[in-house]
Design a protein around this ligand. Structure first.
Ligand code: SF4
Length: 739
């Protein structure tokens, strides 16, 4: 049974999270000693992958310098990038593999840890079948590791259940873009953003979740561009908008269909583009007829005049770009939401040319590259469908197996946890994934973890999820292994190795190769270094949608990244996809998609009358496993708080700092509140980066989009009650703690 062994306090004392404020050796040492070297690489804390130079001394990352020449961020960094180096030499860092004991965990040898892992996985598969074991991957891994995790699951373990935490990021976008255009990637490079005349930003808290993208939006405004922001929260970027639409959570689809209704009603569509480059327009045009702006205004809470104005601004611009992120995608109709955004761009002809198009803003470090090459349950390397016989044949040939040996599509991340809960999946091997914090309905997730008969974890800190493990294999940080990642704009970049893993920790790739060898499959995993994995990945992706065949590490260094597809070494790469409106479908057409409306999976009613929406803050990254250990980041926003509008706060007689109990159909959570005017009066917001009694995901529900399988983090129904008086440690709006 995978219950947490020993006491929670003892685990916390030993493994943290503790806060690290200083580089290895302290500030004195840092200021008096020059670094041994500067390593040009990329920030690991979001999908923008800003260029950064890491200062290295004595095999430790001790600081950073800006990398001015890297074109994407030109030396700019956000608070997370500035402090990322404080992970290196962190006192919580796992330095040895660990075995569970009755009282906690004890360090062990690699031989015992790997041997036990392989023995238990084999026993479970022998007893219950191959698919009784699942693998979880992570979207912060380099693309080589993501590729390796997918191959390990399918070839070494022979299970079909392999999925990853990118399932919680932007899969709704990918699931909409693929049928529309034939590829799952931002169609535009970010250099297009400043060239738009109108930017429509939907469900993207750019200032906090993609900070460097803010600079591109400012450049657009500096050139006279106009900004429209759609969000239930008046986010930092919204405060500079020309037009702000405060949409009710879960009704973005109504708004987008209403905007298309207006475009067609007023004859603002681009008929020439529609006729030359698209299919399916007539059915979509028919479907938006009932979306009269007055009816849409009632459902979305956005005034009809504002909807009219937004539709006209967007359609009449010569060049316009629609940017979206999790606010549009984290819904049980996330795919329909994204398809409606695409429909609007296609109908207005804002697509396939400089300064025009639509794009998703990837959140996770390698959210894009992590799903392109095989750790997604339904995809093989090259963004190939696992159901496509030709794709299976190609990948099987590269891997040296027969297509029949390749398992088919398995469960997605939430579905794997549900299968564990009902006893269908008995064993789990997980790398760099903290589902106890990041999956919805955390109580359910904990119950599931406790039902596992074997749980193996590869990670560099003991996350809340890893505390349930039987064996913990001490893996590597991003700067400890070479590889590539793909950024939000589709640029493949080189992660250079800066230091070796400390103590007895090991590179993740070598751990998988050793496990495969012990499973008797070593001949399929002969790699001595990540470069050899990349060479195989190039071949496996060759001819696919995400074709990396023409990309080499040397090119990435020389050219500061290469955009895929890049089918040959003399191909320049493809910064802008679908140039001229030509899609990657065989007929070259872009496809309109029907977007039928449906309610949220957790609708508000008389008992639960308030919308709860969750998201991120600028100082934290995903489940916080890394950033909750960096002192300067924690000080900026020490704990979650419930953002609530003054009008709603008044009905409960609460003020900033008071404790509020938020109750959903799952459970209740008591947190300090922050009374802010920057949110709709019918909605509360809680950031999700914390665990245990601060975990927003104890409140959320497990409804997933039926196609993308993304959970509906952005809409839960809740009720509120005052729970206590002012809380001593509430951070102020400026980020300092008010003690
Ligand atoms: S914007 Fe993202 S990649 Fe850039 S410094 Fe911040 S967290 Fe790192």
């Amino acid at each position: 049974m995978a219950k947490v062994p020993g006491s929670a306090d003892a685990i916390r004392d030993q493994f943290g999270p503790h806060l690290n404020f200083e580089p290895a050796g302290g500030w004195q040492h840092e200021s008096q000693h020059a670094p041994d070297k500067l390593v040009k690489t990329h920030c690991c804390f979001c999908g923008q992958q800003c260029g950064i130079q890491l200062k290295v001394r004595d095999n430790r990352v001790v600081g950073f310098e800006p990398w001015e020449e890297f074109p994407f961020n030109q030396g700019m960094l956000c608070p997370k990038g500035v402090k990322r180096y404080l992970q290196s030499g962190h006192p919580d860092r796992l330095l040895d593999p660990l075995m569970r004991t009755d009282a906690g965990f004890r360090p062990t040898t690699w031989d015992e840890a790997l041997g036990t892992t392989v023995r238990r996985l084999r026993e479970l598969q022998a007893k219950y079948g191959r698919d009784a074991v699942a693998v979880y991957g992570g979207a912060s891994l380099t693309t080589e590791k993501a590729y390796l995790v997918g191959k390990f699951a399918r070839v070494a373990l022979g299970t079909r259940h392999i999925d990853y935490n990118g399932r919680l990021c932007m899969v709704s976008a990918g699931t909409a873009y693929k049928p529309a255009f034939g590829a799952d990637r931002s169609p535009i490079p970010w250099s297009d953003i400043p060239k738009a005349q109108v930017l429509l930003v939907i469900g993207a808290n750019v200032g906090e979740c993609a900070p460097i993208t803010t600079s591109y939006i400012w450049r657009c405004r500096d050139r006279g561009g106009q900004l429209i922001v759609v969000d239930p929260r008046f986010t930092p970027i919204a405060r500079n908008a020309d037009l702000y639409l405060p949409v009710r959570p879960g009704t973005d689809l109504q708004l987008l269909m209403g905007m298309l209704h207006i475009v067609l009603r007023d004859g603002l569509e681009n008929r020439a583009f529609i006729e030359a480059h698209t299919t399916g327009f007539e059915a979509v045009a028919e479907s938006v007829k009932p979306y009269d702006p007055r009816a849409v205004a009632e459902r979305t809470g956005v005034p009809p005049e504002a909807i009219e104005r937004a539709a006209h601004m967007f359609a009449k611009a010569e060049r316009a770009i629609l940017l979206h992120a999790r606010g549009l995608e984290h819904h049980s109709k996330g795919v329909e939401n994204c398809s409606a955004a695409i429909n609007l761009c296609l109908a207005t002809g804002h697509f396939g040319r400089e300064g025009s198009g639509c794009a998703m803003i990837t959140g996770q470090g390698n959210g894009q590259g992590g799903r392109e090459h095989g750790q997604k349950c339904d995809q093989l390397p090259g963004q190939r469908s696992i159901d496509d016989p030709k794709a299976r044949e190609h990948v099987a040939r590269v891997w040296g197996i027969s297509p029949e040996e390749l398992p088919g599509a398995g469960y997605s991340a939430v579905e794997i946890m549900e299968a564990i809960h009902r006893g269908e999946i008995k064993g789990l091997l997980s790398i760099c994934f903290n589902p106890l914090v990041s999956l919805p309905d955390a109580t359910f997730t904990r119950e599931a973890l406790e039902r596992l008969e074997f749980f193996g974890v590869i990670d560099f800190f003991l996350s809340e999820t890893a505390q349930h493990a039987d064996v913990v294999l001490a893996g590597s940080l991003q700067e400890e292994e070479e590889g590539v990642v793909c950024t939000a704009e589709g640029r493949v970049v080189h992660i250079r190795k800066a230091v070796d893993p400390p103590g007895n920790a090991r590179g993740d790739a070598s751990i998988f190769c050793d496990l495969a060898a012990r499973l008797g499959k070593g001949q399929y995993f002969p790699y001595r270094e990540p470069r050899e994995i990349f060479e195989e990945l190039r071949e496996a992706s060759r001819g696919g949608i995400a074709d990396y065949y023409g990309i080499t590490y040397e090119r990435l260094d020389r050219e500061m990244g290469v955009f895929w597809p890049c089918p040959s070494e003399d191909h320049p790469g493809t910064p802008r996809l679908f140039e001229g409106g030509v899609s990657m479908h065989a007929d070259g057409k872009c496809r309109f998609q029907l977007t039928p409306w449906r309610e949220s999976g957790d609708p508000v009613d008389a008992d639960y009358p308030v919308y709860l929406t969750t998201g991120r803050v600028v100082s934290q990254y995903l489940s916080g496993t890394q950033t909750r250990r960096i002192g300067a980041l924690v000080e900026q926003y020490p704990e979650p708080r419930v953002e609530i509008h003054p009008r709603l706060a008044a009905t409960f007689d609460v003020d900033t700092g008071d404790l509020v109990t938020v109750t959903t159909r799952r459970t209740e959570l008591t947190l300090p509140c922050a009374v802010v005017k920057t949110i709709r009066p019918d909605t509360v917001f809680i950031p999700y980066h914390w665990a245990g009694d601060k975990s927003a995901n104890r409140l959320t529900h497990r409804t997933i989009d039926p196609r993308s399988k993304i959970p509906e983090f952005k809409v839960s129904a809740c009720r509120l009650a005052k729970a206590g008086q002012a809380h001593a440690q509430l951070p102020t709006a400026t980020g300092a703690s008010r003690v």
